[in-house]
Structures are given as C-alpha cells and as structure tokens.
Design a protein around this ligand. Structure first.
Ligand code: NAP
Length: 243
C-alpha cells in the first residue's frame, strides 16, 4: 500500500485529496500555512514548511512516504524545486499535478512578461486603475510604480499596512465566477489587470471577464522548475499510483 504525501494549497490539490480519500489511500495533505483558515481536507493534514530540501528528505524518510504528489501552485517554484531534490536524494517517486498554462483566445489583449519587474514596467508611466491579481506575497514589487491605483484580492484581511500608497483590498477566496469578476472590474473602473499564468479553472474567470470588457491583461510567465513527471488530471495521478 503506498503512503502518499500531497503538497497542496490549490483547487487541484483539493480535487486530488478527494480522490485519494474516496480510494481509501494512506495519504497526508501538506499546507504551507500561509492562510488563516485553510480549506478543510478529507485527509490528515500537516501544516508548515519542512525546512528546505534536507527537511523534506528527512520527513519523507521518517514518515515512510513512498510517493510524493506535488499539487502546489505553478508559482510555488521553491517548494517544487525542493520536492525534485528531496525525491532524488531519497529515491522517492514524484509526480506533479500541473495545470496547462492559459492560452490567449480571440479577443484577448494579453502582454506576456517574464517576471514581476517586467509586469511593473508594462503598466506604463501614466496612472491607471489596476487589478493586481497576484496574491499578497509579491505586492512590494509594485511599490516601484506608486502612480497607479491598485485593486487587490486577498484571502485574508491584511494585518499590516499594504506596501502600495494607493491600494484597496477585497477579501475573497476562489474559485471565482465570470459574472462576479465582471462586476468587480466594472465597479472598480479597472483599466488593466496583472495576473500570473497559473492555468486551471479556479482563477480563469478574471481573464474571461477582461476579454468581455476589452481590458488589457499583463500575464506573468511561470517560473522555471526542474524537469519532473507531470500529470494534467487527477485520474492520471491515480493511475500512476495504481489506485
Ligand atoms: P514557495 O515560494 O514555492 O515555497 C516557499 C516555502 O514554503 C517552501 O520552501 C516550503 O518551506 C514552504 N511551502 C510551500 N508550499 C508548501 C506546502 N504545500 N507544504 C509545506 N510547505 C510548503 O511557495 P509560495 O509561492 O509561498 O506558496 C505557498 C503555498 O501557497 C503553496 O502551497 C502553494 O500551493 C499555495 N499557493 C501559492 C500561490 C502563488 O501564487 N505562489 C497561489 C495560490 C496558492 P520549506 O522550505 O521550509 O519546506
């Protein structure tokens, strides 16, 4: 019987957890512990960092983990790199449950940029009303462009002052709807959107809403992760586990 560690924090990981629980698998769900009230899971949950590659390798050995599923967000690259290294060091089979990146459709006004500084530059000099849909952790990069008004969407209310002089936050947790996102963009008179190319359905609504409203989107490319086995669906992972 495999003993599985599932690295989570995403809609995809929740789906994976449901499938594992329904199959009666011996699995542990791991949260980084970034949000105050994480979504409940149908598996035993552990929370917090492992302590780098060595910490994760130690955990895999101590817990007798036979298979690791990396279902973290495509921008959680440090965790994914650590998983590759720790699995190589311990000989643990690894699979990533990774969404396809979003592809532009007819009517999309997307500018692709490689990273956060390029996204800041792509907003231009003139003050704009910007929906900054990138979560909480990387907001300070946009302090370099204080002329813009920023609308943020955060899972938890901010506990300290935002690093941007002209910003407001709405508190909400995905998955989001096109209808809701269209209303959000209209109500806040948004002119531009900055998003990470996360892929998947849970966060796609803002891009559909932007297309419908004819709004430009600055889309940040995914960070590089070392090569690993990748599955696109929960069913592929279940087949890999022989469950
Ligand atoms: P990151 O930069 O790749 O990871 C930083 C450190 O956080 C890791 O080295 C690890 O600490 C710890 N960590 C990350 N994910 C973990 C997990 N699932 N279980 C245990 N420890 C974890 O990650 P991040 O971008 O801060 O994302 C943190 C979490 O939020 C991830 O689980 C991700 O799935 C979720 N998330 C991220 C984004 C995003 O845009 N980045 C969006 C939605 C959800 P140690 O080195 O100490 O082990």
């Amino acid at each position: 019987m495999p003993r599985i560690l599932l690295l989570g924090g995403t809609t995809e990981a929740a789906r994976m957890a449901r499938a594992l629980a329904e199959a009666g698998a011996d699995a542990v769900y791991s949260y980084a512990g970034r949000t105050e009230a994480p979504v409940a899971q149908p598996l035993p949950v552990r929370t917090g960092g492992f302590g780098g590659v060595a910490g994760l390798a130690g955990y895999l050995r101590a817990e007798g983990i036979t298979h690791l599923i990396d279902a973290t967000h495509p921008f959680a690259a440090q965790m994914s790199r650590n998983a590759v290294a720790a699995c190589a060091a311990t000989g643990t089979p690894l699979i990533a449950l990774e969404r396809e990146p979003w592809q532009a459709d007819k009517g999309d006004l997307w500018t692709h940029v490689p990273d956060l500084p390029a996204a800041v530059a792509a907003l231009g000099q003139a003050p704009r009303r910007v929906f900054l849909a990138i979560g909480r952790q990387n907001l300070s990069a946009f302090a370099a462009a204080p002329q813009h008004h920023y609308l943020l969407r955060l899972v938890d209310p901010p506990t300290e002052a935002l690093p941007l002089p002209d910003a407001e936050a709405v508190i909400a947790r995905g998955p989001f709807t096109v209808e809701g996102d269209r209303a959000l963009l209209r109500d806040h008179r948004i002119e531009m959107i900055v998003a990470k190319n996360a892929g998947g359905a849970g966060a796609e609504a803002k891009l559909t809403a932007a297309r419908e409203l004819g709004l430009p989107v600055v889309l940040i490319d995914r960070p590089q992760v070392p090569e690993r086995r990748v599955a696109r669906t929960v069913a592929e992972v279940m087949a890999w586990l022989d469950l």
